[in-house]
Design a protein around this ligand. Sequence first.
Ligand code: FAD
Ligand code: SIN
Length: 523
Amino acid sequence: MQIKTDFLIIGSGIAGLSFALKAAKKGKVILITKSNEEESNTKYAQGGIAAVWHDSDSIEKHVADTLNAGAGLCDEKIVRLVVTEGTERVKELIELGTKFDKKANGDYDLAKEGGHTENRILHYKDVTGFEIERALLKQIHEHKNITVYDHYYAIDILTQHHLGEVVTSQTQGITCYGAYILNTKNGVIDTVLSKITVMATGGAGHVYATTTNPVIATGDGIAMVYRAKGHVKDMEFVQFHPTSLYNPGENPSFLITEAIRGFGGILKTLDGKEFMQKYDARGSLAPRDIVARAIDNEMKTRGDDYVYLDCRHLDRKGFIEHFPNIYNKCMSLGIDPFMKMIPVIPAQHYLCGGIIVNEHAQSTITSLYAVGECACTGLHGANRLASNSLLEAVVFAHRAAEHAASAMNEISFNDKIPDWNAEGTEQAEEMILITQSQKEVQQIMSNYVGIVRSELRLKRAFDRLEILYNENEKLYDEKVITQKLCELRNLICIGYLIIKHAIRRKESVGLHYMVNYKKKEKI
Ligand code: FAD
Ligand code: SIN
Protein backbone atom coordinates (compact mmCIF):
# COMPACT_ATOMS: atom_id res chain seq x y z
CA MET A 1 0.00 0.00 0.00
CA GLN A 2 1.16 3.55 -0.66
CA ILE A 3 0.50 6.20 2.01
CA LYS A 4 1.09 9.95 1.65
CA THR A 5 1.75 12.45 4.42
CA ASP A 6 3.31 15.88 4.87
CA PHE A 7 5.50 14.74 7.77
CA LEU A 8 6.72 11.21 8.47
CA ILE A 9 8.28 10.87 11.92
CA ILE A 10 10.10 7.70 12.87
CA GLY A 11 10.16 7.26 16.65
CA SER A 12 7.93 8.12 19.60
CA GLY A 13 10.41 9.28 22.25
CA ILE A 14 10.74 12.87 23.44
CA ALA A 15 12.28 13.97 20.12
CA GLY A 16 9.67 12.48 17.78
CA LEU A 17 6.68 13.45 19.94
CA SER A 18 7.93 17.03 20.43
CA PHE A 19 8.47 17.47 16.69
CA ALA A 20 5.04 15.96 15.92
CA LEU A 21 3.16 18.37 18.17
CA LYS A 22 4.77 21.38 16.48
CA ALA A 23 4.62 20.10 12.89
CA ALA A 24 0.95 19.16 13.26
CA LYS A 25 0.11 22.87 13.32
CA LYS A 26 1.30 23.01 9.69
CA GLY A 27 0.28 19.71 8.11
CA LYS A 28 -0.64 16.04 8.39
CA VAL A 29 1.70 13.93 10.52
CA ILE A 30 2.22 10.18 10.54
CA LEU A 31 4.34 9.00 13.45
CA ILE A 32 5.51 5.40 13.32
CA THR A 33 7.07 3.48 16.17
CA LYS A 34 8.28 -0.09 16.30
CA SER A 35 6.89 -1.13 19.67
CA ASN A 36 4.16 0.21 21.98
CA GLU A 37 3.93 3.96 21.55
CA GLU A 38 5.52 4.78 24.93
CA GLU A 39 8.44 2.34 24.62
CA SER A 40 11.62 4.37 24.20
CA ASN A 41 14.80 5.43 26.02
CA THR A 42 12.83 8.49 27.05
CA LYS A 43 10.43 6.40 29.14
CA TYR A 44 13.29 5.23 31.38
CA ALA A 45 15.04 8.58 31.94
CA GLN A 46 15.49 8.99 35.67
CA GLY A 47 17.63 11.96 36.66
CA GLY A 48 15.84 14.70 34.73
CA ILE A 49 16.35 17.55 32.30
CA ALA A 50 19.07 20.16 32.75
CA ALA A 51 18.16 23.84 32.35
CA VAL A 52 19.29 27.20 33.64
CA TRP A 53 16.49 27.94 36.05
CA HIS A 54 17.61 29.46 39.32
CA ASP A 55 19.11 32.97 39.77
CA SER A 56 22.35 31.52 41.13
CA ASP A 57 22.85 29.72 37.81
CA SER A 58 23.69 31.26 34.43
CA ILE A 59 23.93 30.42 30.73
CA GLU A 60 27.70 30.84 31.02
CA LYS A 61 27.97 28.27 33.83
CA HIS A 62 25.89 25.65 32.01
CA VAL A 63 27.84 26.31 28.79
CA ALA A 64 31.14 25.94 30.66
CA ASP A 65 30.07 22.64 32.30
CA THR A 66 28.93 21.23 28.95
CA LEU A 67 32.17 22.26 27.22
CA ASN A 68 34.23 20.87 30.07
CA ALA A 69 32.49 17.48 29.97
CA GLY A 70 32.84 17.38 26.17
CA ALA A 71 36.65 17.39 26.45
CA GLY A 72 37.25 20.13 23.88
CA LEU A 73 35.19 18.58 21.08
CA CYS A 74 31.83 20.33 21.57
CA ASP A 75 30.67 22.87 19.00
CA GLU A 76 30.49 25.95 21.24
CA LYS A 77 27.95 27.70 19.01
CA ILE A 78 25.57 24.74 19.38
CA VAL A 79 26.20 24.49 23.13
CA ARG A 80 25.25 28.16 23.55
CA LEU A 81 22.19 27.76 21.39
CA VAL A 82 20.90 24.71 23.30
CA VAL A 83 21.52 26.18 26.74
CA THR A 84 20.06 29.57 25.78
CA GLU A 85 16.89 28.19 24.17
CA GLY A 86 16.58 25.27 26.61
CA THR A 87 14.80 27.04 29.45
CA GLU A 88 11.99 28.17 27.11
CA ARG A 89 11.56 24.61 25.79
CA VAL A 90 11.38 23.20 29.32
CA LYS A 91 8.69 25.78 30.13
CA GLU A 92 6.77 24.46 27.11
CA LEU A 93 7.01 20.91 28.47
CA ILE A 94 5.44 22.20 31.67
CA GLU A 95 2.69 23.98 29.69
CA LEU A 96 2.02 20.70 27.89
CA GLY A 97 1.32 19.08 31.25
CA THR A 98 4.66 17.67 32.43
CA LYS A 99 5.04 17.74 36.19
CA PHE A 100 8.39 18.41 37.84
CA ASP A 101 8.93 18.12 41.61
CA LYS A 102 8.68 21.27 43.69
CA LYS A 103 9.95 22.15 47.15
CA ALA A 104 7.66 23.13 50.02
CA ASN A 105 8.10 26.83 49.09
CA GLY A 106 6.81 26.20 45.55
CA ASP A 107 10.17 26.51 43.80
CA TYR A 108 11.28 23.69 41.52
CA ASP A 109 13.46 21.15 43.30
CA LEU A 110 16.67 21.29 41.25
CA ALA A 111 19.00 18.31 41.51
CA LYS A 112 22.70 18.03 40.79
CA GLU A 113 24.51 15.43 38.70
CA GLY A 114 28.10 14.65 37.69
CA GLY A 115 29.94 17.48 35.93
CA HIS A 116 27.36 20.15 36.88
CA THR A 117 28.60 23.01 39.05
CA GLU A 118 25.03 24.04 39.93
CA ASN A 119 21.77 22.39 40.90
CA ARG A 120 19.90 22.64 37.59
CA ILE A 121 18.17 19.30 36.93
CA LEU A 122 14.38 19.45 36.87
CA HIS A 123 12.97 16.03 37.66
CA TYR A 124 9.86 14.12 38.56
CA LYS A 125 10.95 11.80 41.38
CA ASP A 126 13.26 9.26 39.68
CA VAL A 127 10.88 8.66 36.74
CA THR A 128 11.21 11.93 34.82
CA GLY A 129 11.16 10.34 31.36
CA PHE A 130 8.01 8.38 32.10
CA GLU A 131 6.29 11.61 33.13
CA ILE A 132 7.45 13.52 30.03
CA GLU A 133 6.38 10.67 27.75
CA ARG A 134 2.95 10.53 29.48
CA ALA A 135 2.34 14.24 29.07
CA LEU A 136 3.44 14.37 25.42
CA LEU A 137 1.45 11.28 24.40
CA LYS A 138 -1.68 12.74 25.97
CA GLN A 139 -1.30 15.82 23.76
CA ILE A 140 -0.54 13.66 20.71
CA HIS A 141 -3.76 11.66 21.18
CA GLU A 142 -5.78 14.86 21.26
CA HIS A 143 -4.37 16.20 17.98
CA LYS A 144 -6.48 15.53 14.91
CA ASN A 145 -3.55 16.04 12.50
CA ILE A 146 -1.43 13.27 14.04
CA THR A 147 -1.84 9.55 13.38
CA VAL A 148 0.32 7.13 15.37
CA TYR A 149 1.19 3.77 13.77
CA ASP A 150 2.52 1.61 16.57
CA HIS A 151 4.24 -1.72 15.83
CA TYR A 152 5.46 -0.38 12.50
CA TYR A 153 9.15 -0.75 11.78
CA ALA A 154 11.02 1.58 9.39
CA ILE A 155 13.28 -0.56 7.20
CA ASP A 156 14.96 2.05 5.02
CA ILE A 157 14.44 5.61 3.83
CA LEU A 158 13.63 6.23 0.17
CA THR A 159 16.00 8.16 -2.06
CA GLN A 160 16.86 8.33 -5.78
CA HIS A 161 18.67 5.01 -5.17
CA HIS A 162 15.19 3.45 -5.26
CA LEU A 163 14.66 4.95 -8.73
CA GLY A 164 17.72 3.11 -10.00
CA GLU A 165 20.26 5.93 -9.70
CA VAL A 166 23.76 5.29 -8.37
CA VAL A 167 24.13 7.11 -5.05
CA THR A 168 27.41 7.41 -3.16
CA SER A 169 28.45 9.41 -0.09
CA GLN A 170 29.84 12.01 -2.54
CA THR A 171 26.57 12.38 -4.48
CA GLN A 172 25.18 15.91 -4.25
CA GLY A 173 21.48 16.42 -3.62
CA ILE A 174 20.54 13.02 -2.20
CA THR A 175 16.87 13.49 -1.32
CA CYS A 176 14.60 11.61 1.06
CA TYR A 177 11.11 10.79 -0.27
CA GLY A 178 9.80 8.77 2.70
CA ALA A 179 10.38 5.24 3.96
CA TYR A 180 9.47 1.57 3.61
CA ILE A 181 7.70 0.50 6.76
CA LEU A 182 6.95 -3.03 8.00
CA ASN A 183 3.75 -3.81 9.89
CA THR A 184 5.29 -6.15 12.46
CA LYS A 185 1.93 -7.74 13.27
CA ASN A 186 1.16 -9.03 9.75
CA GLY A 187 4.49 -8.72 7.87
CA VAL A 188 3.12 -6.34 5.19
CA ILE A 189 5.54 -3.68 3.91
CA ASP A 190 4.02 -0.29 2.97
CA THR A 191 5.54 2.68 1.15
CA VAL A 192 5.16 6.01 2.93
CA LEU A 193 5.75 9.03 0.70
CA SER A 194 6.42 12.14 2.71
CA LYS A 195 7.45 15.70 2.03
CA ILE A 196 9.52 15.80 5.21
CA THR A 197 10.95 12.79 7.04
CA VAL A 198 12.27 12.95 10.58
CA MET A 199 14.58 10.39 12.13
CA ALA A 200 13.91 10.23 15.88
CA THR A 201 14.94 6.64 16.48
CA GLY A 202 17.06 7.10 19.61
CA GLY A 203 20.18 5.22 20.68
CA ALA A 204 21.96 1.95 20.00
CA GLY A 205 22.58 0.43 23.44
CA HIS A 206 21.95 -3.11 22.27
CA VAL A 207 25.12 -3.17 20.24
CA TYR A 208 26.67 -3.95 23.66
CA ALA A 209 25.96 -6.93 25.93
CA THR A 210 25.19 -4.72 28.94
CA THR A 211 23.13 -1.56 28.55
CA THR A 212 20.58 0.55 30.39
CA ASN A 213 18.66 1.02 27.12
CA PRO A 214 15.40 -0.84 26.41
CA VAL A 215 15.42 -3.36 23.54
CA ILE A 216 14.22 -0.82 20.96
CA ALA A 217 17.68 0.84 21.02
CA THR A 218 19.28 -0.84 18.02
CA GLY A 219 20.62 2.19 16.14
CA ASP A 220 18.13 1.79 13.26
CA GLY A 221 17.98 5.46 12.25
CA ILE A 222 21.74 5.94 12.11
CA ALA A 223 22.17 2.75 10.10
CA MET A 224 19.36 3.73 7.69
CA VAL A 225 20.95 7.10 7.06
CA TYR A 226 24.41 5.61 6.65
CA ARG A 227 23.07 3.09 4.10
CA ALA A 228 21.39 5.95 2.24
CA LYS A 229 24.84 7.62 2.10
CA GLY A 230 24.07 10.34 4.61
CA HIS A 231 26.92 11.40 6.87
CA VAL A 232 27.47 10.33 10.48
CA LYS A 233 30.00 11.50 13.05
CA ASP A 234 31.58 10.87 16.47
CA MET A 235 30.42 7.27 16.71
CA GLU A 236 33.42 6.31 18.87
CA PHE A 237 32.00 8.32 21.77
CA VAL A 238 29.89 5.73 23.54
CA GLN A 239 28.85 6.72 27.04
CA PHE A 240 28.88 4.09 29.77
CA HIS A 241 26.84 5.06 32.81
CA PRO A 242 28.98 4.42 35.90
CA THR A 243 26.20 3.03 38.06
CA SER A 244 23.80 0.44 36.77
CA LEU A 245 22.58 -2.07 39.33
CA TYR A 246 24.76 -5.18 39.46
CA ASN A 247 22.16 -7.90 39.04
CA PRO A 248 23.56 -10.67 36.80
CA GLY A 249 21.03 -11.91 34.23
CA GLU A 250 18.93 -8.73 34.21
CA ASN A 251 18.89 -7.19 30.74
CA PRO A 252 18.52 -4.25 30.17
CA SER A 253 20.41 -3.20 33.26
CA PHE A 254 18.50 -1.18 35.83
CA LEU A 255 19.89 2.34 36.20
CA ILE A 256 20.87 3.82 39.55
CA THR A 257 20.60 7.52 38.74
CA GLU A 258 23.58 9.82 39.06
CA ALA A 259 21.27 12.10 41.07
CA ILE A 260 21.83 9.72 43.99
CA ARG A 261 25.49 10.72 43.97
CA GLY A 262 24.25 14.33 43.73
CA PHE A 263 22.19 13.55 46.87
CA GLY A 264 25.33 12.35 48.69
CA GLY A 265 25.82 8.71 47.65
CA ILE A 266 29.49 7.66 47.66
CA LEU A 267 31.27 5.08 45.54
CA LYS A 268 33.33 2.51 47.44
CA THR A 269 35.28 -0.64 46.69
CA LEU A 270 34.16 -3.95 48.20
CA ASP A 271 36.33 -3.36 51.26
CA GLY A 272 34.29 -0.21 51.97
CA LYS A 273 36.99 2.29 50.92
CA GLU A 274 36.30 5.45 48.89
CA PHE A 275 38.37 5.56 45.71
CA MET A 276 37.18 8.40 43.45
CA GLN A 277 39.44 11.05 45.00
CA LYS A 278 42.42 9.13 43.57
CA TYR A 279 41.12 9.91 40.10
CA ASP A 280 39.46 13.32 40.29
CA ALA A 281 39.06 16.07 42.89
CA ARG A 282 35.28 16.08 42.23
CA GLY A 283 35.12 12.54 43.66
CA SER A 284 31.94 10.55 43.00
CA LEU A 285 30.48 13.52 41.09
CA ALA A 286 33.21 13.82 38.45
CA PRO A 287 31.99 13.60 34.81
CA ARG A 288 30.79 10.21 33.72
CA ASP A 289 33.70 9.15 31.54
CA ILE A 290 36.10 9.63 34.44
CA VAL A 291 33.90 7.82 36.97
CA ALA A 292 33.16 4.90 34.63
CA ARG A 293 36.87 4.45 33.84
CA ALA A 294 37.81 4.69 37.50
CA ILE A 295 35.29 1.97 38.40
CA ASP A 296 36.50 -0.17 35.49
CA ASN A 297 40.07 0.29 36.68
CA GLU A 298 39.25 -0.60 40.31
CA MET A 299 37.31 -3.70 39.25
CA LYS A 300 40.10 -4.90 36.96
CA THR A 301 42.93 -4.15 39.41
CA ARG A 302 41.17 -5.72 42.38
CA GLY A 303 39.52 -8.55 40.43
CA ASP A 304 36.05 -7.54 41.66
CA ASP A 305 32.80 -7.90 39.70
CA TYR A 306 31.30 -4.63 40.94
CA VAL A 307 31.75 -1.67 43.29
CA TYR A 308 29.38 -0.24 45.86
CA LEU A 309 27.28 2.89 46.06
CA ASP A 310 26.98 3.72 49.74
CA CYS A 311 23.72 5.46 50.69
CA ARG A 312 23.48 4.25 54.27
CA HIS A 313 24.28 7.70 55.70
CA LEU A 314 21.62 9.53 53.66
CA ASP A 315 18.33 10.93 54.92
CA ARG A 316 15.90 8.01 54.63
CA LYS A 317 12.71 10.05 54.18
CA GLY A 318 14.26 12.38 51.58
CA PHE A 319 15.78 9.45 49.70
CA ILE A 320 12.52 7.52 49.46
CA GLU A 321 10.68 10.68 48.39
CA HIS A 322 13.21 11.44 45.63
CA PHE A 323 14.00 7.94 44.46
CA PRO A 324 10.94 5.74 45.11
CA ASN A 325 11.46 3.64 41.98
CA ILE A 326 15.07 2.83 42.85
CA TYR A 327 14.25 2.24 46.50
CA ASN A 328 11.51 -0.25 45.56
CA LYS A 329 13.76 -2.01 43.05
CA CYS A 330 16.56 -2.43 45.61
CA MET A 331 14.14 -3.63 48.29
CA SER A 332 12.67 -6.18 45.84
CA LEU A 333 16.18 -7.69 45.60
CA GLY A 334 16.69 -7.69 49.35
CA ILE A 335 18.95 -4.61 49.34
CA ASP A 336 17.79 -2.07 51.88
CA PRO A 337 19.91 0.98 50.87
CA PHE A 338 20.05 2.10 54.53
CA MET A 339 21.39 -1.24 55.73
CA LYS A 340 23.44 -2.47 52.76
CA MET A 341 25.50 -0.77 50.07
CA ILE A 342 24.11 -1.02 46.51
CA PRO A 343 26.28 -3.09 44.11
CA VAL A 344 26.82 -1.18 40.85
CA ILE A 345 28.68 -1.62 37.58
CA PRO A 346 29.09 0.53 34.44
CA ALA A 347 26.78 -0.21 31.48
CA GLN A 348 26.41 1.26 27.99
CA HIS A 349 24.00 4.15 28.30
CA TYR A 350 24.16 6.77 25.54
CA LEU A 351 25.60 7.32 22.06
CA CYS A 352 27.08 10.80 21.62
CA GLY A 353 27.66 10.41 17.89
CA GLY A 354 25.10 9.91 15.15
CA ILE A 355 23.59 11.51 12.07
CA ILE A 356 25.33 14.82 11.34
CA VAL A 357 22.86 17.70 11.48
CA ASN A 358 23.12 21.47 11.29
CA GLU A 359 21.54 24.00 13.66
CA HIS A 360 18.11 23.33 12.10
CA ALA A 361 18.48 19.54 12.56
CA GLN A 362 18.83 19.05 8.79
CA SER A 363 20.86 15.99 7.87
CA THR A 364 23.12 15.88 4.81
CA ILE A 365 20.16 14.32 2.94
CA THR A 366 17.63 16.83 1.61
CA SER A 367 14.18 16.75 3.32
CA LEU A 368 15.52 14.49 6.08
CA TYR A 369 15.88 15.82 9.62
CA ALA A 370 17.33 13.99 12.62
CA VAL A 371 16.53 14.82 16.24
CA GLY A 372 17.30 13.35 19.65
CA GLU A 373 19.85 10.68 20.46
CA CYS A 374 20.25 9.47 16.85
CA ALA A 375 21.51 12.92 15.81
CA CYS A 376 24.96 14.42 16.27
CA THR A 377 24.45 18.15 16.76
CA GLY A 378 27.86 19.00 18.26
CA LEU A 379 26.41 19.56 21.75
CA HIS A 380 28.09 16.63 23.47
CA GLY A 381 31.53 16.54 21.87
CA ALA A 382 33.52 13.63 23.31
CA ASN A 383 31.29 13.14 26.36
CA ARG A 384 27.70 14.15 27.17
CA LEU A 385 27.01 16.11 30.32
CA ALA A 386 24.35 14.37 32.40
CA SER A 387 20.72 15.30 31.65
CA ASN A 388 21.65 17.32 28.56
CA SER A 389 20.09 14.84 26.12
CA LEU A 390 16.42 15.41 26.93
CA LEU A 391 17.22 19.11 26.64
CA GLU A 392 18.93 18.69 23.28
CA ALA A 393 15.95 16.70 21.99
CA VAL A 394 13.38 19.41 22.77
CA VAL A 395 15.55 22.25 21.51
CA PHE A 396 16.29 20.57 18.18
CA ALA A 397 12.76 19.19 17.74
CA HIS A 398 11.54 22.80 17.95
CA ARG A 399 14.18 24.09 15.53
CA ALA A 400 13.53 21.25 13.08
CA ALA A 401 9.77 21.84 13.15
CA GLU A 402 10.17 25.58 12.51
CA HIS A 403 12.52 24.96 9.60
CA ALA A 404 10.60 22.04 8.08
CA ALA A 405 7.29 23.90 8.21
CA SER A 406 8.61 26.58 5.89
CA ALA A 407 10.49 24.13 3.64
CA MET A 408 7.45 21.85 3.24
CA ASN A 409 5.49 24.11 0.90
CA GLU A 410 8.19 23.85 -1.77
CA ILE A 411 8.25 20.03 -1.76
CA SER A 412 6.05 17.63 -3.73
CA PHE A 413 5.68 13.86 -3.39
CA ASN A 414 7.82 11.58 -5.54
CA ASP A 415 5.22 9.23 -7.05
CA LYS A 416 7.77 7.25 -9.06
CA ILE A 417 9.09 5.36 -6.02
CA PRO A 418 8.26 1.66 -6.50
CA ASP A 419 6.67 -0.49 -3.80
CA TRP A 420 8.80 -2.98 -1.86
CA ASN A 421 9.84 -5.97 -3.97
CA ALA A 422 10.10 -9.24 -2.02
CA GLU A 423 10.46 -11.45 -5.12
CA GLY A 424 12.74 -14.46 -4.70
CA THR A 425 12.92 -14.30 -0.91
CA GLU A 426 11.88 -17.15 1.35
CA GLN A 427 10.93 -17.50 5.04
CA ALA A 428 13.93 -17.89 7.36
CA GLU A 429 13.61 -21.32 8.94
CA GLU A 430 16.09 -20.81 11.81
CA MET A 431 15.91 -17.85 14.18
CA ILE A 432 19.14 -19.04 15.83
CA LEU A 433 21.08 -17.61 12.86
CA ILE A 434 19.87 -14.17 13.90
CA THR A 435 19.80 -14.43 17.70
CA GLN A 436 23.26 -16.02 17.95
CA SER A 437 24.79 -13.42 15.59
CA GLN A 438 23.29 -10.63 17.69
CA LYS A 439 24.90 -12.09 20.82
CA GLU A 440 28.21 -12.33 18.96
CA VAL A 441 28.05 -8.66 17.94
CA GLN A 442 27.36 -7.70 21.56
CA GLN A 443 30.23 -9.82 22.87
CA ILE A 444 32.67 -8.41 20.31
CA MET A 445 31.70 -4.84 21.17
CA SER A 446 31.72 -5.34 24.95
CA ASN A 447 35.01 -7.24 25.01
CA TYR A 448 37.00 -5.20 22.51
CA VAL A 449 35.31 -1.79 22.13
CA GLY A 450 34.21 -0.98 25.68
CA ILE A 451 35.36 1.61 28.23
CA VAL A 452 39.06 0.94 27.60
CA ARG A 453 40.27 0.18 24.06
CA SER A 454 43.51 -0.64 22.24
CA GLU A 455 44.59 -0.76 18.61
CA LEU A 456 44.87 -4.53 18.79
CA ARG A 457 41.38 -4.95 20.29
CA LEU A 458 39.84 -2.65 17.68
CA LYS A 459 41.49 -4.53 14.83
CA ARG A 460 40.29 -7.85 16.21
CA ALA A 461 36.74 -6.48 16.62
CA PHE A 462 36.78 -5.20 13.04
CA ASP A 463 37.85 -8.57 11.63
CA ARG A 464 35.28 -10.52 13.65
CA LEU A 465 32.47 -8.15 12.74
CA GLU A 466 33.28 -8.44 9.03
CA ILE A 467 32.47 -12.16 9.14
CA LEU A 468 29.08 -11.42 10.73
CA TYR A 469 28.45 -8.66 8.19
CA ASN A 470 28.97 -10.98 5.23
CA GLU A 471 26.77 -13.70 6.72
CA ASN A 472 24.01 -11.24 7.51
CA GLU A 473 23.95 -9.55 4.10
CA LYS A 474 23.39 -12.97 2.52
CA LEU A 475 20.49 -13.64 4.90
CA TYR A 476 19.04 -10.19 4.21
CA ASP A 477 19.12 -10.75 0.44
CA GLU A 478 17.60 -14.22 0.54
CA LYS A 479 15.07 -14.20 3.38
CA VAL A 480 11.71 -12.55 4.00
CA ILE A 481 12.28 -9.33 5.95
CA THR A 482 11.58 -9.38 9.68
CA GLN A 483 12.21 -6.79 12.40
CA LYS A 484 14.85 -9.02 14.04
CA LEU A 485 16.75 -9.48 10.79
CA CYS A 486 16.76 -5.73 10.13
CA GLU A 487 17.81 -4.93 13.69
CA LEU A 488 20.75 -7.32 13.44
CA ARG A 489 21.76 -5.70 10.17
CA ASN A 490 21.60 -2.29 11.84
CA LEU A 491 23.53 -3.41 14.93
CA ILE A 492 26.33 -4.76 12.73
CA CYS A 493 26.40 -1.42 10.90
CA ILE A 494 26.56 0.52 14.19
CA GLY A 495 29.35 -1.73 15.50
CA TYR A 496 31.25 -1.17 12.28
CA LEU A 497 30.84 2.62 12.53
CA ILE A 498 31.94 2.74 16.19
CA ILE A 499 35.05 0.68 15.40
CA LYS A 500 35.86 2.59 12.20
CA HIS A 501 35.61 5.98 13.93
CA ALA A 502 37.57 4.66 16.94
CA ILE A 503 40.39 3.44 14.71
CA ARG A 504 40.47 6.78 12.88
CA ARG A 505 40.83 8.87 16.03
CA LYS A 506 44.48 8.71 16.98
CA GLU A 507 44.13 10.03 20.53
CA SER A 508 42.52 9.30 23.87
CA VAL A 509 39.81 11.88 24.39
CA GLY A 510 36.62 11.94 26.44
CA LEU A 511 34.78 8.65 26.18
CA HIS A 512 37.26 7.22 23.70
CA TYR A 513 40.06 5.90 25.89
CA MET A 514 42.90 4.04 24.19
CA VAL A 515 45.63 2.34 26.21
CA ASN A 516 48.02 3.11 23.32
CA TYR A 517 47.62 6.83 23.96
CA LYS A 518 47.06 6.75 27.71
CA LYS A 519 49.86 9.19 28.60
CA LYS A 520 47.56 12.04 27.59
CA GLU A 521 45.27 11.36 30.56
CA LYS A 522 45.44 10.70 34.27
CA ILE A 523 44.09 7.13 34.08
P1 FAD B 1 13.98 7.43 22.27
O1 FAD B 1 13.31 7.99 23.45
O2 FAD B 1 14.84 6.25 22.48
O3 FAD B 1 12.87 7.05 21.20
C1 FAD B 1 13.22 6.36 20.02
C2 FAD B 1 11.94 5.88 19.37
O4 FAD B 1 12.22 5.39 18.06
C3 FAD B 1 11.26 4.74 20.10
O5 FAD B 1 9.88 5.00 20.09
C4 FAD B 1 11.58 3.52 19.23
O6 FAD B 1 10.64 2.49 19.35
C5 FAD B 1 11.55 4.15 17.86
N1 FAD B 1 12.28 3.44 16.81
C6 FAD B 1 13.58 3.12 16.78
N2 FAD B 1 13.88 2.50 15.63
C7 FAD B 1 12.74 2.42 14.90
C8 FAD B 1 12.40 1.89 13.64
N3 FAD B 1 13.29 1.28 12.85
N4 FAD B 1 11.12 2.02 13.22
C9 FAD B 1 10.17 2.59 14.00
N5 FAD B 1 10.44 3.10 15.21
C10 FAD B 1 11.71 3.03 15.65
N6 FAD B 1 18.82 11.75 29.45
C11 FAD B 1 18.64 12.88 30.17
O7 FAD B 1 18.78 13.98 29.62
N7 FAD B 1 18.28 12.80 31.47
C12 FAD B 1 18.10 11.62 32.12
O8 FAD B 1 17.76 11.59 33.30
C13 FAD B 1 18.31 10.42 31.40
N8 FAD B 1 18.17 9.22 32.02
C14 FAD B 1 18.27 8.09 31.26
C15 FAD B 1 18.02 6.86 31.85
C16 FAD B 1 18.03 5.70 31.09
C17 FAD B 1 17.76 4.36 31.75
C18 FAD B 1 18.31 5.77 29.71
C19 FAD B 1 18.31 4.53 28.87
C20 FAD B 1 18.59 6.99 29.12
C21 FAD B 1 18.57 8.15 29.88
N9 FAD B 1 18.82 9.40 29.30
C22 FAD B 1 18.65 10.53 30.04
C23 FAD B 1 19.04 9.52 27.86
C24 FAD B 1 17.70 9.95 27.22
O9 FAD B 1 16.65 9.26 27.85
C25 FAD B 1 17.67 9.65 25.74
O10 FAD B 1 18.83 10.13 25.12
C26 FAD B 1 16.47 10.32 25.10
O11 FAD B 1 15.30 9.94 25.79
C27 FAD B 1 16.37 9.93 23.65
O12 FAD B 1 15.16 10.40 23.15
P2 FAD B 1 14.82 10.12 21.63
O13 FAD B 1 13.47 10.66 21.40
O14 FAD B 1 15.93 10.58 20.79
O15 FAD B 1 14.83 8.52 21.50
C1 SIN C 1 20.88 9.47 35.36
O1 SIN C 1 19.78 9.70 35.88
O2 SIN C 1 21.90 9.21 35.98
C2 SIN C 1 20.96 9.54 33.88
C3 SIN C 1 21.03 10.94 33.45
C4 SIN C 1 21.46 11.00 32.04
O3 SIN C 1 21.75 9.99 31.41
O4 SIN C 1 21.52 12.12 31.54
